[in-house]
Design a protein. Structure first.
Lengths: 732, 532
């Protein structure tokens, strides 16, 4: 595939990948300077195993963000008049460094916090973690992946010993007899991936669990599979009931369980509590449908003669205060069926952000060092400190996870300064009213971005950075494959790579160690730092990745004269990377949402995505075709609810939770449960559904419960003057 | 450290221990649980599934919490309770001192006073296991041993009678029938499951039972068991009929196990009387939960109520900072209790081939409340009967027979108190309809704004316009609109649209090159797509 793909790239074109989601569709970019000298680029899909040449509307239009009219091209510094005004790089960097030094001197190193992103390249994610620990000396670094992959990561680490979203190539799905998709709407979020489900749909084996009859659920219609439409927040009950049926009906892979797992007895007892008729009362999925689903999965499993089965989770089940428990139950289900480690079967988490996988491996998590090492492991500290040229004792310990970190900003004991990279927390975090208050309480907010995101507009200093087609680097896709991002055009004058920004700041802060700005050199250092870790990249380099191999981590370095390690497309063939080599099944139980229904909020609010937008929308809202297709937030409302509150399709509804209120147009559709409304989260200000979401978090992963809270829904014909409580400094 | 003793290690007792350990984050309680049965706690609700042959017994074992603060004594029946010394005494003489005592002694199978049922007389009414002395061939279905014996009996029995057609009787009858035993149900009340079903719903269930091959004697009681040579041979009914049988399963209700409480002088009515805080009004140190308890709203005999009480009591015991306990400070409001206990009276039959769900206002237990509105869908010919009772914008009761997914929807509406539709008649059918596929069979019938290519947001109108502008092939449509260039799933639909559009808008023979559109070419494309 890669051989043909490179040969189809024209001499003046580069082979790279889409800037958006973790599917990382392959693209060919050809520079096409506009009449005004702007950096236009022609985008084409490129043959690649994951996207097979396909692109969705976001990918096709991705180049338009390069030339967005409000592209940041100069540092901005907030003046005494309170306005952001252009500044030179020298002045802006001096200012930032001086303020950081002063704050550190007065309040200690942890008074400076860093917030990263899952869209940063591996090189940037790595360098940002190093910058925080070495140049700033702060423990307080976390990233928006906490809102994305943290529950799946925590559960996979404790049960399977490693967290690689898909521990198998996506193309493996093609031969399966069953694919169970929990809380993933990939037909909207990564459309080209749907092609991999053609086989299983043809065999009637696609099972979609989603409170909405989403575009993905529709793929299971007409005999192509099953759709289970549970009450929001009860996916764990569905899983426990499926476990119950497998165990009581004797449908498990007993030999596999005996050889490869621990924890069966506890799991068996816990699931004894969730017979299908009881589960039905809690999750709303008919008991017979639960039984049919369990039997379909069992029939597909290799131990019972099927061609294979997959269990896949997405944010829908993970963004919950019981997200880690839910993923643990999904993994347990896959282990009961004997799937992980068998070719053509398995468990996987469908990673969301473009570099959501790599972003969680190289040290921008509060508790991790590069190579997916834990920061409280003395051996890991010694290894990484040696690569960084500092003493292990100088490295800080665990910092606060994202929601806790954001909640502590500007408080008496919390950080006084925050550096934000590749994230738009004012839109993407839960309960954004509170986030706005905390950001406003900071002494210094520095935001690196390429467009004036809502968070950037609140900053004291905004630093304009390069994006996607203007830079070199690597990304790690949803299947753990390390791929190259390549430069197609020059960045606009004034924009700089974050690698350069950190090198400049490190020098001003008097930091130890080396601060390369060349991505291939940073990657080489990353590879050394990862050596021996769970995510071992030490056998990789930009040069090797530029060849024709499909390289999935771990890919350790080999000795001189030995052949290169071929990478690891499939994990767990022989054993699990746990202390005893066995997978650990963790017995869990259902707790339910933190903010459950009550008389004055008798409906569920769920949030999610639309095809045309990505994350906080900072990029896609700037693409006219995408913004035109879906210009703002809306609420999906069942016809029975619409009739009860007296609204018609397109009329506005007011949604009110314990945290805020929002008025948006209703989309009346029978695809949603009558007790539930859905609002996508890509918009800011008065269109931001994260004004309503709860910041209750999972006790293990720190994942906020974006996906369910209690809401009241009324007609909003009379528009009040202000639709929510005033939020200082938030642009409308 | 507060010493807390739990008497009873069944579904509710063991659950309470788990709940208390989880709620007691400050490590306040030192817990001892004593259970009469020697085995680990098991899921009694699933015993009928064992009879049906769907579960083996090992699948019933429940979680057993471990903690340094917990002592579990199994196979240790309690002989008496000394409230003066605050001591629980087991039959083997162990004395367990308590500061708080939780009774979770459950209930026992009720054995009706019919001649022939018991092998020995007189009956000791205080015996905690009153089914021990049953005639050979007669079995209760309350314990794991009962289930084991019933299953063993079916190996030889060809005919069985189930006495009592409440929830357990119905499940047992269906389970035995599933094992190939000829089953007769004998039920003295005029309607099957009369606590849950009214006459009309009951008749629909009777028909469904008949379809499963289960004989029924409804409205007819039993007068005696016929015993020959020490073994059961039949059951005599009060209309004089003799039903021959080798196996009689008693499903004639349960009796709360209150002997311990009563002999210690605690107030006992049907169960151990407790207040809203699950506390005995006679002794502020003693609580009762589960089947043995009689709270102000009455016991339902359903495990959901016991588990709800368990959670509530654990939270209460860990919230109350006063070690002496002050009843006046801890009484819950009636509203809070009603709201927290809502939905624990849902009855869901687990019976192969029989789909019955009831909740709230249903069956014989209904009053003439003018605020209530009752709506019914009666469809006996296919075995369907749905009734909903609505009051104040809320669902307050429902009866579902053969209703499928509607029942699951109604349970969530009822237990979560979500608002009912403006016209509650909509509750009688599923609100969630399955996807209807592609809808119109001809492209001509598609609305112009139908999204043909979701990935790229291309509508039928967009493709029509593209063809009008000269496109004649999928490749040309893709180049102009990007339709088919995402997941490729709309390829066939675009082909169908082209077949419909192109002959009209483009003269035949206009294209002869690589991309010339013909029906046959589309078919080849489609095949490739499907096979790739």
């Amino acid at each position: 595939m890669t051989t043909t793909s490179t040969s189809t790239v024209r001499a003046d074109s580069v082979a790279t990948h889409c800037p958006y989601c973790a599917l990382q569709c392959a693209q060919t970019l050809t520079a096409n300077p506009g009449v005004d000298g702007a950096n236009g680029v022609i985008v084409e899909g490129r043959a690649f195993p994951t996207n097979r040449g396909g692109l969705c509307q976001k990918g096709w239009t991705s180049a338009e963000v390069l030339t967005s009219p409000d592209r940041l091209t100069s540092p901005l510094v907030r003046g005494v008049d309170g306005e952001l005004a252009p500044s030179s790089w020298e002045d802006a960097l001096d200012l930032v460094a001086d303020r950081l030094l002063a704050i550190r001197r007065d309040s200690g190193p942890d008074a400076v916090a860093v917030f990263g992103g899952g869209g940063l390249t591996n090189e940037k994610a790595y360098q940002l973690g190093k910058f925080a620990r070495v140049a700033l000396g702060t423990a307080n670094i976390d990233y928006n992946g906490r809102f994305c992959m943290s529950s799946a990561a925590a559960a996979a680490n404790r049960s399977l010993g490693v967290d690689r979203g898909l521990p198998f190539p996506l193309t493996d799905l093609a031969s399966a007899d069953a694919v169970l998709l929990l809380g993933s709407n990939l037909a909207e979020t990564m459309p080209p991936s749907v092609a991999h489900l053609a086989g299983v749909r043809g065999r009637g084996g696609l099972v979609v669990v989603d409170p909405r009859r989403s575009a993905t659920a529709d793929l299971a219609a007409d005999g192509q599979g099953l759709h289970l439409q549970p009450v929001p927040g009860t996916d764990l009950v569905v899983l426990l009931a499926l476990q119950h049926v497998l165990l009581t009906d004797g449908l498990v892979d007993a030999d596999y369980l005996e050889r490869r797992t621990n924890g069966l007895e506890d799991v068996k007892r816990r699931s004894a509590l969730w017979w299908p008729e009881r589960a039905e009362q809690v999750c709303g999925v008919p008991a017979d449908l639960l039984r049919d689903t369990a039997r379909l999965l069992a029939a597909a499993s290799p131990s019972r003669g099927g061609t294979g089965a997959f269990v896949l989770t997405g944010r829908g089940v993970e963004q919950s205060r019981q997200g880690t428990a839910t993923v643990s139950a999904a993994i347990t289900l896959s282990l009961l069926l004997g799937l992980p480690g068998r070719v053509g079967s398995g468990y996987g988490a469908v990673t969301g952000q473009g570099n959501g996988q790599g972003g969680r491996e190289h040290g921008q998590k509060a508790d991790q060092l590069p190579g997916y090492r834990m920061i409280d492991d003395p051996a890991a500290r010694a290894h990484v400190a040696a690569v960084w040229g500092v003493s292990p004792e100088s490295l800080p310990g665990k910092g606060m996870p994202a929601v806790e970190l954001l909640a502590s900003l500007g408080t008496a004991d919390g950080p006084r300064a925050l550096l934000v990279h590749g994230s738009n927390v004012l839109v993407s975090a839960p309960n954004v009213h509170r986030v706005a208050d905390r950001l406003a309480a900071l002494d210094l907010l520095v935001v690196c971005d390429f467009v004036p995101s809502e968070t950037a507009l609140l900053a004291d200093v905004v630093l304009p950075v390069t994006q996607w087609a203007e830079e070199e680097g690597t990304m790690t896709s949803l299947e753990g494959r390390v791929i190259r991002r390549r430069k197609a055009v020059e960045p606009p004058a004034g924009a700089r790579s974050e690698l350069w920004v950190w090198a400049q700041l490190a020098a001003r802060l008097g930091a130890a160690g080396t601060w390369d700005t060349e991505p291939s050199l940073v990657f080489d250092e990353l590879a050394r730092a990862s050596r021996g870790g769970r995510a071992d990249y030490s056998g990789l380099s930009h040069a090797r990745l530029d060849g024709d191999e499909a390289l999935h981590w771990p890919c350790p370095a080999t000795g001189d004269g030995e052949p290169n390690h071929p990478g690891t497309p499939r994990l767990f063939a022989e054993s699990f990377p746990t202390p005893d080599g066995r997978a650990r099944m963790v017995a869990v139980d259902h707790l339910g949402p933190a903010d459950d229904l009550r008389p004055d909020a008798p409906l569920y609010l769920v949030t999610g995505r639309v095809l045309q937008h990505y994350q906080s929308g900072a990029q896609t809202r700037r693409v006219p075709a995408l913004a035109g297709a879906v210009p703002g937030a809306f609420a999906e409302v069942h016809p029975l609810l619409a009739a009860r509150i007296g609204i018609a399709d397109g009329e506005r509804v007011r949604l009110t939770t314990a945290r805020g209120s929002l008025a948006v147009p209703a989309r009346v559709t029978d695809s949603i449960r009558p007790d539930t409304v859905f609002v996508p989260f890509h918009w800011a200000g008065t269109g931001s559904v994260n004004r309503l979401t709860t910041d209750a978090t999972d006790p293990v992963s720190g994942m906020p419960e974006f996906k369910v809270c209690a809401v009241d829904v009324t007609a909003a014909r009379v528009q009040p003057a202000g639709s929510a409580r005033p939020t200082a400094g938030v642009p409308a | 450290m507060t010493r807390l003793v739990v008497v009873g290690n069944g579904m509710v007792g063991s659950r309470f221990v788990e709940d208390l350990l989880a709620a007691d984050t400050s490590g306040r309680y030192d817990i001892t649980v004593v259970g009469a049965e020697a085995c680990e706690p098991y899921n009694r609700v699933l015993l009928s599934e064992v009879v049906a042959g769907k579960h083996d017994l090992s699948a019933l074992t429940l979680p057993t919490p471990t903690s340094p603060r917990l002592t579990v004594l199994r196979g240790a029946p309690v002989s008496h309770l000394d409230r003066e010394d605050r001591v629980v005494v087991t039959t083997d003489g162990a004395r367990l001192r308590y500061d708080r005592l939780v009774l979770a002694t459950g209930s026992a199978a009720r054995v009706p006073p019919l001649p022939g049922l018991r092998s020995a007389a007189p009956v000791d009414r205080d015996d905690p296991f009153p089914s021990d002395d049953l005639t050979a061939g007669v079995h209760a279905l309350r314990t794991i041993d009962d289930a084991r014996e019933v299953v063993a009996a079916t190996l030889n029995a060809t005919r069985a009678v189930v006495l009592g057609a409440g929830v357990l009787g119905m499940e047992a009858a269906c389970g035995l029938a599933r094992r190939g035993v000829a089953v007769t149900v004998v039920h003295p009340a005029s309607t099957l499951m009369e606590r849950q079903l009214d006459a009309e719903a009951g008749r629909v269930v009777e028909l469904a039972m008949a379809r499963l091959g289960i004989d029924q004697r409804v409205g007819v009681g039993a007068t005696s068991a016929v015993v020959e040579g020490g073994r059961l041979t039949g059951l005599r009914l009060d209309d004089g009929e003799l039903v021959p049988t080798d196996l009689l399963v008693l499903a004639t209700g349960t009796v709360p196990s209150t002997t311990l409480a009563a002999s210690a002088g605690l107030g006992v009515d049907r169960g151990v009387v407790v207040d809203d805080d699950l506390r005995s009004p006679d002794d502020h140190r003693i609580f009762a939960i589960g089947d043995c308890a009689q709270p102000p709203e009455g016991g339902t005999g359903l495990v959901a109520q016991g588990w709800e009480q368990s959670r509530r009591l654990a939270a209460h015991l860990c919230r109350d900072s006063s070690t002496s306990g002050n009843p006046s400070r801890t009484v819950s409001t009636d509203l809070a209790r009603r709201s927290s206990t809502s939905g624990s009276d849902v009855v869901r039959l687990k019976a192969h081939g029989l789909d019955v769900v009831t909740m709230g206002v249903c069956g014989s237990a209904r009053t003439d409340d003018p605020a209530q509105r009752t709506l019914r869908l009666s469809d006996p010919d296919v075995g369907r009967h749905v009734e909903v009772v609505v009051s104040g914008g809320q669902l307050v009761g429902a009866t579902c027979v053969g209703a499928g997914a509607v029942a699951a929807d109604l349970v969530t509406t009822y237990t979560r108190r979500t608002p009912v539709p403006a016209d509650p008649a909509y509750l009688l059918l599923p609100a969630l309809v399955p996807h209807q596929g592609l809808g119109p069979s001809s492209p001509a019938d598609l609305a112009d704004d139908t999204a043909v290519c979701r990935c790229n947001g291309v509508t039928k109108a967009g493709i029509t316009a593209c063809v009008r502008d000269g496109a004649t092939s999928v490749a040309e449509v893709a180049a102009a609109t990007r339709a088919t260039t995402g997941c490729g799933g709309c390829h066939d639909d675009v082909c169908a649209l082209l077949d419909w559009l192109v002959p009209v808008t483009s003269p035949e023979g206009a294209g002869t090159g690589e991309n010339h559109v013909t029906k046959g070419k589309h078919m080849i494309h489609s095949t490739e797509t499907a096979g790739s």
